[in-house]
Design a binder for this molecule. Structure first.
Ligand SMILES: [Zn+2]
Length: 76
């Protein structure tokens, strides 16, 4: 925890403070929900990544039928 200067009044305040205790100015424009947004993004990536993983895993287990070219029917 360090002390920083308020950009509005110049008083020393904690860098952990959301707003200045002297003049009441907010230090950050959006003080809340940054962590929640980050957690949401991580959960979204895990869900999408997991879905893709199981999709391709399932796909690779299925035997792929080779494409047959019927050359018997083509007689010159
Ligand atoms: Zn201030």
């Amino acid at each position: 925890m360090a002390l920083i200067q308020c950009s509005k009044c110049g008083e020393s305040i904690s860098d952990q403070a959301i707003k200045c205790i002297h003049c009441g100015a907010y230090l950050k424009e959006k003080p809340a929900n940054n962590k929640l947004i980050l957690i949401g993004i991580i959960i979204f990536i895990i869900i999408v990544g997991g879905s893709l993983y199981f999709y391709f895993k399932k796909d690779s287990h299925e035997p792929k039928t080779p494409i047959y070219h019927d050359i018997d029917g083509e007689r010159i």
